[in-house]
Design a protein around this ligand. Structure first.
Ligand SMILES: *Cc1c(COP(=O)(O)O)cnc(C)c1O
Length: 346
């Protein structure tokens, strides 16, 4: 059966490639990889990875082994780093797959050595206290026999101008002393904007590739990549005083015309957009009125008399502005995009 969906994500492949190139330019002489975990932040890793490869990206970061397996036929497995590291149960299939674990704990290091794993990456925790060998563990962790390709650390507050960035940089340098990795890597998207001190040999942007303005330093350097579009299911004329949507959070102040669209929070257009999001049709902005429903959205179409049932409406989703409107982080806006929308690459 062939149904025509009433909701789609238009994805701009040129913008994706341009964003990677922009991050590569900002990374100077450092190589530039790509974080493609969480299905490339919701865009679809199998569509994103070949496009990034074509743009020049040669290093990919995922969180789980299943995510590595899902793209291992698209790029050489040895170019895929698995950030969550390794467990005993995963070692045999991991070696078979050939993706490279990012070892995070003394236990993971011991497992890898015992398995004769060979080339690996190692994460140092330089002050985020999340994942990686901590400063308190470094002297007691024997890494002498490890064949470390990438030595990594991750910045906790790269999107802010705070002393923690410099602290982590200095801690990373101090912790790396005596280790002999082939390459070092510290910066995510926002870290790239902190400047050359933070670039080392390889940068690891994620958010910026997909159109996120990860910090003020990246304003104007990133193009919107994800464009949700939804169909008008119904238009109606309502009287002043009419109540709109669940719990009547919007009451029409005057006579209005509204339109109901086929998108809702189940599609990742979260409730934070209630009475604050905007959509466009033929250049005319229409504000969201009332609460976002699971599958439906109501907008004020009073200024758009030509809007009719079946028309496709553009949902405003420039991530920086959408994040401000919804009070949801740019990361969450991307990674909660639902599976119902067809993804259409252009
Ligand atoms: C997710 C992630 C990145 C990418 O971060 P962005 O802020 O999306 O650029 C880089 N490094 C690590 C370790 C990550 O977990």
């Amino acid at each position: 059966m062939k149904f025509s969906p009433a909701l789609r994500l238009r994805l701009d492949g040129e913008a994706l490639a341009a964003n990677w190139t922009s991050m590569a330019q900002l990374s100077g002489t450092a190589e530039t990889g790509a974080a493609v975990k969480a299905d490339a932040y919701g865009l679809g890793a199998r569509a994103v990875v070949p496009r990034l490869w074509k743009a020049g990206c040669r290093e990919y970061f995922v969180a789980h082994w299943g995510e590595a397996e899902a793209i291992a036929d698209l790029v050489p497995a040895a170019r895929i780093a698995v950030l969550n590291g390794i467990t005993e149960a995963d070692i045999a299939p991991a070696l078979q797959l050939g993706a490279i674990p990012v070892l995070n704990t003394p236990h993971q290091i011991a497992l890898w050595k015992a398995a004769g794993g060979g080339r690996c990456h190692v994460m140092l925790d330089s002050g985020m206290n999340r994942l990686g060998i901590g400063a308190e563990q470094i002297s007691s962790t024997d890494m002498a026999s490890l064949q470390i390709d990438l030595l990594l650390s991750h910045l906790a507050s790269a999107d802010e101008d705070v002393a923690q960035n410099r602290d982590q940089l200095e801690t990373f340098i101090a912790m790396a002393e005596g280790l002999r990795p082939r390459r070092k890597s510290l910066a995510n998207s926002a870290g790239i904007a902190l400047g050359p001190d933070y670039h080392f040999d390889l940068t690891r942007p994620g958010l910026a590739l997909y159109g996120g303005v990860a910090s003020t330093g990246l304003t104007g350097k990133v193009r919107q990549t994800v464009f949700p579009q939804a169909c008008v299911l119904q238009t109606r004329t309502i009287r002043a005083g009419a109540r709109i949507g669940y719990n009547a959070t919007y009451v029409a102040p005057v006579d209005m015309r509204t339109a109901t669209l086929a998108i809702g929070y189940a599609d990742g257009y979260l409730r934070g957009f209630s009475n604050s999001g905007t959509v466009h049709f033929q250049g005319i902005p229409m504000p969201v009125v009332g609460r976002v429903s699971m599958d439906l959205l109501i907008v004020d179409a009073t200024n758009c008399p030509q809007l009719a049932e079946g028309d496709w409406v553009d949902i405003d989703f420039e991530l920086s502005a959408a994040s401000t409107a919804s009070a949801v982080s740019q990361y969450e806006l991307l990674t909660t995009l639902g599976k119902r929308a067809g993804r259409r690459w252009e």
